[in-house]
Design a binder for this molecule. Structure first.
Ligand code: NAI
Length: 390
């Protein structure tokens, strides 16, 4: 098992990953160029640990053990004895490449060098190294200590041995590993796009309000948050950029087309919770805009909205399987454990019926005649062969 872990970047993700590794018993060195970030990270961990003690989840000895496992360092060279390094700095390819090159000059031949990037290709980051076969993507979800899923992404250069070691060690940290191909958005950030995109489109067509769409997804679908609540939570700026990045990376496939509504909200500074206003208004972290639907909520409409968003999600998940982005189990685990979906999308497709999925997609396609609504060939094949995903 890997014992010595170096983390580069002590922001939101780096701090969370450090906590996960330290809790699992690793000796962690957390490095950041900004010493204030390190102080903040240390203070945040103290708060989290104190709360866990209060709740009785850990005792004081465990708290000290976890905290003592993390050393905060202000020089990259300090990571020289790491067996594994995970980088979680700013999402910029050139900066990441430079840091990786410098890091490679300090560490041993065997050190695995990983990135937590959400949107850059692992192959492009790995190409900066003299030994690119030691590079791999290890993509945690925010907040890292709470979200069970970790996507592990081997690049074309990654050795089988590095993949095997990482799979084993990350599972040993208590995480559910989903292996994903090095393609835009990996699993979650690709398959989840219609949750936002189709909801925005339904709103833009004037079919329903933000609140009605959220209510449909929560009440009929059992999603914990509606798409608009979730976009407000993530931040419209961040969510928009992810959508635009995925859209461009897929050579402008209309399935991932960003929305003008969200773009204008981001431009206006209506970012969501963090700015006090997004699709809803917030005060002290609580929604202050009336949450109830005016008049009676049309249940036929709610069902239609839910069906449309769900089938678009299912279609995306099926297509990810069609293109061998990940296994059916990993695709379903990714969505339930990375973004808390109430069910895996492929299991949901089986439950609704493959024929139902194909018919829903074809109805949308007939109505709009847009490539966005093309049914995945895999769904059609399953229907023809009278098969299911599981
Ligand atoms: P953040 O802005 O909270 O933290 C980044 C930290 O890196 C800052 O403390 C900064 O001082 C430090 N840093 C910047 N350049 C550096 C350098 N050259 N050397 C050392 N430290 C440096 O960012 P966040 O949200 O933690 O994201 C980090 C990475 O994780 C990005 O690649 C992002 O795409 C990825 N990611 C983010 C998720 C999220 O929800 N925030 C989820 C999964 C991945």
């Amino acid at each position: 098992m890997i014992k010595k872990v170096g983390i580069i970047g002590g922001g939101t993700m780096g701090s969370g990953i450090a906590q996960v590794a330290a809790t699992a018993g690793c000796l962690v060195k957390l490095y950041d160029t900004n010493t204030e970030a390190l102080d903040k990270s240390k203070a945040a961990l103290e708060k989290i640990m104190a709360r866990l003690v209060e709740k009785g989840r850990i005792d004081k000895a465990e708290k000290s053990r976890i905290q003592d496992n993390i050393t905060y360092v202000d020089s990259l060279k300090e990571l020289s004895d790491s067996e594994l390094t995970i980088e979680a700095i700013v999402e910029n390819l050139e900066i990441k490449k430079k840091v990786f090159q410098e890091l490679e000059s300090y560490v041993s031949e065997e050190t695995i060098i990983a990135s937590n990037t959400s949107s850059l290709s692992i192959a492009s980051i790995a190409s900066a190294l003299k030994k690119p076969e030691r590079c791999i993507g290890i993509h945690f979800f925010n907040p890292a200590p709470l979200m069970k899923l970790v996507e592990v992404i081997p690049a074309v250069q990654t050795s089988g041995e590095v993949l095997r070691k990482i799979k084993m060690n990350i599972a040993n940290w208590g995480k559910t590993v989903a292996i994903a191909k090095d393609t835009p958005g990996f699993i979650v950030n690709r398959v989840a796009r219609p949750f936002y995109g189709e909801a925005l489109r339904i709103y833009e067509e004037g079919i329903a309000s933000f609140h009605e769409i959220d209510a449909a997804m929560k009440e009929i679908g059992g999603f914990r948050m509606g798409p608009f609540e979730l976009m407000d939570f993530i931040g419209n700026d961040v969510n928009y950029v992810v959508t635009e990045t995925v859209f461009k990376a897929f050579y402008y496939d209309p399935r991932y087309k960003p929305s003008f509504t969200q773009k204008r909200f981001a431009e206006a500074g209506y970012l969501g919770r963090k700015s006090g206003k997004g699709y809803y208004e917030y005060k002290d972290g609580k929604v202050i805009t009336p949450n109830a639907v005016e008049g009676s909520f049309n249940s036929d409409l709610a069902q239609k909205i839910f069906n449309r968003v769900l089938v678009m999600l299912i279609n995306e998940a099926a297509d990810a399987l069609f293109w061998n982005i990940a296994s059916a189990e990993d695709i379903d685990n990714a969505m339930t454990k990375g973004v808390n979906y109430p069910k895996g999308l492929l299991a949901w497709a089986d439950e609704k019926g493959i024929s139902w999925c194909v018919e829903q997609m074809d109805t949308l396609y007939d109505e709009y005649r847009e490539d966005r609504y093309r049914c995945s060939p895999l769904l059609r094949k399953l229907k023809k062969d009278n098969k299911t995903f599981f």
